[in-house]
Design a protein around this ligand. Structure first.
Ligand code: TXA
Ligand code: MG
Length: 320
């Protein structure tokens, strides 16, 4: 198991030596390495068992650094950066050669973000290279929202886990691409479409999934627990659960009563979508640990961050 702590200098020492460190962000924990060093980047793919066609996000401490790594910074991208960075927004921009092809899976664009977590921002400010960091989970599994989640699955594979407490948002960043004429949302996430449109006007969403997607968060089956999981839309659908003792329910606001108490998790009793987002991944992990063989999970209202939650649920429940 890895050492868990809050020593930024120690994290820096490991990273300077080309090792991997798990870092906290406001969205999910990342598995970080030196973005400019191929050896570190290779280790990341290996530790996650991640296919090389799935490019990584580069994390930077300040907006002035964008032009070190991107060849263009269009006006609308600048506007989004000014409004939402540091925060749960990733911009895909034309890349400069300094970013290794390994990071971008050979594409001519690079995904960049400034995370909003004081510990990781401080770390980034002390480094003289950016950090590339995918979510710190084995490929295709649920993203980690605590240091413990990282340790449970990748503890053997990281030198150090920088603990920044539970993630405040709990869902990955929203990815907006500027590589074509009009910007397009490639992945729904912690920043809502409504907020983006209030800033730069109408934007398209590219929801396709395929075996070689533009953003593998777009793979049909992703963010998935290992147990069977089914989406439901109303309590009616819970009336005839065949094996209550072998079933777990993650509901949005209200708990159905006829299941063992420890088999029920409520995303947000008060109906807050932000709270639901924060709880979702840890509840999925919780259910995956129970002695059950079916997880039923309720769709949430489809607006704001609720759309990103429903997107994750759709992928978590997709056939593998
Ligand atoms: O919130 C987040 O974004 C977290 C934290 C750690 O920053 N990171 C994260 O990374 O979710 P990851 O690797 O799990 O997801 C990154 C997504 C992938 O779906 C990848 O395909 C997409 O970003 N991506 C990276 N570079 C891209 C590019 N040049 N063009 C299109 N998509 C890209
Ligand atoms: Mg991921």
């Amino acid at each position: 198991m890895a050492t868990i702590g809050n020593d930024i200098q120690k994290a820096k020492q490991h990273l300077d030596q080309g090792e991997l460190v798990a870092i906290p962000t406001e969205t999910v924990y990342g598995l970080a390495g030196n973005a400019l060093q191929e050896k570190s980047v290779l280790q990341i793919f290996k530790a996650k068992n991640r296919p090389h066609f799935d490019p990584l996000i580069v994390h930077i401490p300040r907006v002035e650094d964008v032009m070190k790594y991107a060849a263009e910074f269009p006006d609308k991208a600048k506007k989004l950066a000014a409004a939402f960075w540091p925060g749960p927004l990733t911009l895909v921009l034309k890349k400069k050669v300094v970013i290794p092809d390994l990071v971008t899976s050979g594409m001519d664009s690079v995904a960049i973000r400034i995370p909003r977590h004081p510990v990781t921002l401080k770390l980034l400010q002390t480094l003289d290279y950016p950090l590339t960091a995918p979510s710190a989970n084995p490929f295709g599994y649920i993203s980690p929202t605590s240091a413990q989640h990282v340790n449970d699955q990748l503890g053997e594979k990281v030198a150090y886990i920088l603990d920044g407490g539970p993630c405040h948002i709990g869902l990955e960043s929203t990815i907006v691409s500027f590589t074509h004429d009009a910007p397009v949302i490639l992945r729904k996430g912690g920043l809502s479409k409504e907020d983006i449109e209030a800033c730069i006007g109408p934007i398209e969403e590219n929801d396709h999934s395929s075996s070689k997607p533009q953003a593998p968060g777009m793979l049909q089956s992703h963010y998935a627990p290992s147990k069977k999981i089914i989406l439901y839309r109303s309590d009616e659908e819970l009336k005839n659960i065949e094996h209550p003792e072998k079933t777990g329910v993650i509901c949005f606001q209200q708990a159905p009563t006829h299941l063992p108490e420890e088999h029920i998790k409520v995303l947000s009793a008060s109906g807050s979508l932000d709270e639901a987002a924060r709880n979702l991944f840890s509840y999925l992990r919780y259910m995956d640990m129970l002695e059950i063989d079916l997880i039923l999970v309720e769709q949430v209202p489809n607006h704001g961050i609720g759309r990103a939650i429903n997107d994750r649920l759709k992928r978590a429940t997709a056939k593998k």
